[in-house]
Design a protein around this ligand. Structure first.
Ligand code: AMP
Length: 395
């Protein structure tokens, strides 16, 4: 069966068409600048890539264009071949603890909680509505980035702030990247043939989060009420002292939302290095001796290592550490820097085993106390797996 895995933003729509249960990607692509001028799309299939500029006044226009292309390119012969559409949603709020079938009731609930994720959710909801109107008879699902983290206990998900903030305004840790961490949990548990593993899953890409998992249940995760918290990221600060905001605001006259934007978009690797949010650029500058790039890399590695050490304690000793996403899968140098910083736990890298990119591999020495694996993530596949399961149940 063919399943579409969809990730819609406010002006973009990314899709992957996957043949299930074979788990083979048939086509993928991206519609950009929807609702803005100069919109265009790219579609990759059969080793080819097409790019077209076309007016896309709204998400529904993009969905119609996508379906037309799938037919024209003979990727499908009729709409009926699409047996499920899975939508990624960043924030499910406190109500959604697993993937659900999309319907009007779900949309209403998501809209109720839209102020929890004003930057991310509106675009995704628009995408869902567009698919519902173009493919009204196809089973559609919503896969939440927050859902996997819903097993956290209050001791972990509450902030030590006035309790009414939680009761009245739903202020708590939600956690993100849940679909990726769930995929890592599934992949490593199947590989090691155990369902009782204590896993520290490190999703290190442009965004980044570390998650402590015990027997398939999330115990704690580094992102918080929003994806701003936790480790240092490409452009996000991660954890900081909240009083900095008032102090800097008084100095610069910037508003709270401007400063929050600085923390989201101008901090992290970019803020410290002053060069780029892309770890490849920072790595290249560090190699040439740029001091701020070297500093940025050291800080980046330390923050991740500190979370790993903290979660090792929380889990009462981890069985396995997994590194994933753009940096975790591809940067052997950053992997080495992180593992050097958890030497006190007895974790030892094997440099010969670490010299590769983008594959599932063990990178630690045989006498390392905790094995470290690089596990390529695949959120689109996880979405397709959930959607296939729900589509089959609803047949
Ligand atoms: P993601 O958000 O998972 O797509 O990850 C994006 C990040 O992965 C960017 O910071 C990239 O610089 C980083 N990345 C991708 N490939 C490499 C590579 N070969 N070496 C170092 N970092 C990489």
């Amino acid at each position: 069966m063919k399943i579409l895995s969809v990730n819609a933003g406010s002006s973009s729509l990314k899709f992957t068409l996957i043949d299930m249960p074979a788990q083979v990607t048939i086509a993928s692509g991206l519609f950009e600048k929807i609702g803005i001028s100069d919109s265009f799309y790219t579609i990759k299939y059969n080793g080819e890539k097409i790019r077209k500029e076309v007016a896309l006044p709204d998400h529904a226009a993009a969905v119609k264009e996508l379906m037309r292309e799938l037919i024209d390119l003979k990727i499908i012969s009729s709409f009926a071949e699409i047996e499920g559409v899975g939508h990624r949603l960043v924030h499910g709020g406190p109500d959604f603890t697993e993937t659900v079938i999309l319907n009007d009731e779900v949309i209403a609930k998501l809209e109720e909680n839209i102020d929890l994720a004003p930057l991310h959710n509106p675009g995704s909801i628009t995408g869902m509505k567009a698919f519902m109107s173009v493919l009204p008879n196809v089973v559609q699902t919503v896969v939440f980035d927050t859902a996997f983290h819903s097993t956290m206990e209050k001791t972990e998900y509450l902030y030590p702030v006035p309790y009414e903030w939680y009761e009245k305004y739903k202020v708590r840790k939600y956690g993100f990247h849940g679909t990726s961490h769930r995929f890592i949990n599934k992949t490593i548990s199947e590989y090691l043939k155990r369902d009782d593993l204590k896993i520290i899953s490190c999703h290190i890409g442009n965004g980044g989060s570390v998650t402590a998992i015990d027997s398939g249940r999330v115990v704690d995760t580094s992102m918080g009420f929003t994806p701003l918290a936790g480790i240092m990221m490409g452009t996000r600060s991660g954890d900081i002292d909240a009083s900095i905001l008032e102090y800097v605001s008084k100095k610069t006259g910037e508003s709270l939302s401007e400063l929050t934007n600085d923390l989201n978009k101008k901090s992290g690797l970019l803020g410290i290095s002053g060069i780029s949010s892309d770890s490849r650029d920072v790595e290249a500058a560090a190699k040439e001796g740029n001091e701020r790039a070297i500093l940025a890399q050291k800080m980046y590695a330390s923050k991740i290592a500190n979370y790993i050490a903290m979660y090792n304690n929380l889990l009462g000793g981890a069985d396995v550490i997994c590194l994933t996403a753009g940096v975790g899968e591809n940067s052997s140098h950053m992997r080495e820097m992180i593992i050097e910083r958890i030497a006190s736990l007895g974790v030892k890298i094997d440099p010969a085993k670490n010299d590769f990119r983008g594959e599932f591999r063990l990178i630690t020495a045989s006498d390392s106390t905790i094995p470290v694996y690089v596990v390529p993530t695949n959120e689109e596949l996880m979405i397709a797996i959930d959607t296939m399961e729900l589509a089959l149940k609803n047949k």
